[in-house]
Design a protein around this ligand. Structure first.
Ligand code: ADP
Length: 498
């Protein structure tokens, strides 16, 4: 069927051009309107009626601005008035109420034209821009959130155009570096000029490595402010390349970590002092303890004929306590020295397990335990005696806390998770109630009385060693169902086995 062609017939008093205009207005998906020089509405297209649900009479009676959002009305009326009076183009955004009550953002633009009789006529178009507005709003919120996060993290951003050499810094970064907007020089050389001379070569080669090998850039360094003070900065970035793989830009963030560095140093100092104290105390306690043990022994031996049974019992209690105290002192010394003598070496953890098993061979055979490895074990950067100690303590505990109901099975394994290895020493022993999963790693914390030998230092040493190398340790266990002690160690780049 042929499409009906609509007749563009002028209505009474209307020119042919106006009739064509009216026809076009109906065809447009926007609201089209006309007003006379006094600002009175003379025409709206069908779209207006469909959108607002208002009739022509209602539109005239209430005024078209009655369909505007109350918060926009006054502003838009003012602008319309100014346009009508001064003839300046009308160009504004407002929320317009749809007949279902929903407000949608519209962009309204109008232009005046001079009529043959000298009067002015306004022709306007209002376009629905709700979607664009939403996207803009989302973008604004996104920026706000980012700004908030950057602020909270005291983080600045930087952007280096590798080809032109221009460097841009966010105002946070300038503030952190103590550089004013005026004094800021947007060049790579100037940016590098803020790096402390002792850290310069390291930062420079990290940047070069990122550009060359496409590895992320990450460095902690000292920045020197113009007033000579120093701040610790953590810089992170990545390279953006063109289709040919050549570096185009490098962008990243920089964080002021001076406070963190300070507390780390404080903590290190504090720990060292504590270690020294524990060491000195434990060391100095040994001498008087030896005397207590020797003299109570002498007392029992030499004065046995003159001592009654109760006195002998008292002396034996003193001996037992001195014995336990000697053990505590010995273990405290072990704890204080747990990470002493460190040498930087990359070792095979299987070998460390092997040594630990050798040391425990007698106990393993006495208990009839089976020890097996689940897969092969990785290479790690740990001073070997330290790792042997970790395995000795964990395997030793598995032997000590075995269940009498079943033969003991110990399985040792490791799996790679991201940038670290997760080691596991699993047993099918008595297990540990979840209430104690954290406590047992504390110094001298035990769940057993003196019926089971031990001072409660073994796991504390494991924790100390593992954390010293940047790892974590925890236990997964349920009472009566065995335990899996897990600890992590950073993977050594370049070693991927097992
Ligand atoms: P100790 O063995 O000298 O008591 P540890 O620090 O090695 O000290 O262990 C602390 C406590 O954790 C132990 O007293 C024991 O109750 C519990 N524990 C450690 N390892 C195991 C294990 N493999 N199975 C069950 N309980 C364990």
């Amino acid at each position: 069927m042929e499409k009906p062609i609509r007749e563009v017939a002028p209505v009474a008093g209307e020119s042919r051009e106006d009739a064509v205009g009216r026809f076009l207005a109906e065809a447009l998906p926007q609201i089209v309107w006309m007003a006379n020089g006094a600002g009175e509405l003379t025409f709206v297209n069908q779209h207006w009626f469909d959108y607002t649900g208002m009739s022509w009479a209602e539109t005239l009676e209430r005024g078209w601005t009655s369909a505007l959002h109350p918060l926009d009305r006054e502003r838009v009326e003012g602008e319309a008035m100014r346009s009508a009076l001064e003839g300046v183009p009308f160009d504004t955004e407002y929320r317009l109420r749809r007949q279902d009550g929903e407000y949608r953002w519209h962009l309204s633009r109008a232009q005046a034209r001079a009529m043959p009789d000298g009067s002015r006529q306004w022709l306007g178009i209002a376009t629905d821009i709700e979607e664009r507005k939403c996207a803009e709003e989302e973008l604004r919120r996104e920026r706000e959130r980012l700004e908030l996060a950057l602020n909270a993290a005291k983080m600045g951003t930087w952007d280096w155009d590798v080809r032109t050499g221009t460097v841009t810094w966010s105002h946070h970064l300038k503030a952190a570096a103590g550089i004013t907007e005026q004094a800021f020089e947007p060049s790579y050389a100037a940016a590098m000029g803020t790096v402390h001379p002792d850290d310069y070569a390291r930062v420079q080669s990290a940047v070069e490595r990122s550009l060359r090998d496409d590895v992320p850039y990450e460095q902690e360094y000292r920045a020197v402010r113009p007033d000579g003070t120093e701040r610790w900065i953590l810089g992170k970035g990545r390279v953006v390349r063109n289709a040919a793989g050549e570096p185009e830009r490098m962008l990243g963030v920089a964080m002021d970590i001076t406070e963190r560095k300070r507390s780390e140093a404080d903590l290190r100092r504090y720990n060292e002092q504590l270690e020294q104290f524990a060491f000195a105390a434990a060391h100095d306690l040994q001498e008087p303890l030896r005397n207590v043990r020797i003299y109570s022994e002498l007392l029992l031996r030499r004065s046995a004929p003159v001592l009654d049974e109760q006195s002998k019992d008292f002396t034996r209690t003193i001996q037992g306590s001195a014995e336990r105290m000697a053990n505590l002192v010995r273990d405290l010394l072990l704890y204080a020295r747990a990470v002493d003598g460190e040498r930087d070496e990359v070792i095979d953890s299987a070998e460390a397990v092997g040594y630990a098993l050798e040391e425990l061979a007698q106990r393993i055979s006495d208990s009839g335990a089976s020890v097996s490895a689940n897969g092969s074990l990785p290479t790690v950067r740990v001073f070997q005696p330290h790792l042997i100690q970790v395995f000795r303590n964990l395997i030793g505990n598995a032997l000590k806390y075995r269940s009498l109901d079943r033969p003991l099975e110990i399985v040792i394994g490791a799996e790679r998770q991201g940038a670290e290895w997760v080691f596991t020493v699993r047993d099918n022993g008595i297990g540990i109630h979840p209430d104690y999963h954290e406590r047992i790693f504390g110094v001298f914390k035990r769940l057993h009385g003196n019926d089971v030998s031990g001072t409660g230092i073994g796991l504390a040493i494991v924790k100390r060693v593992v954390e010293h190398y940047g790892g974590r340790v925890w236990v997964e266990s349920a009472e009566g169902e065995g335990s899996a002690f897990r600890f992590t160690l950073p993977a050594v780049p370049g070693f991927t086995q097992p």
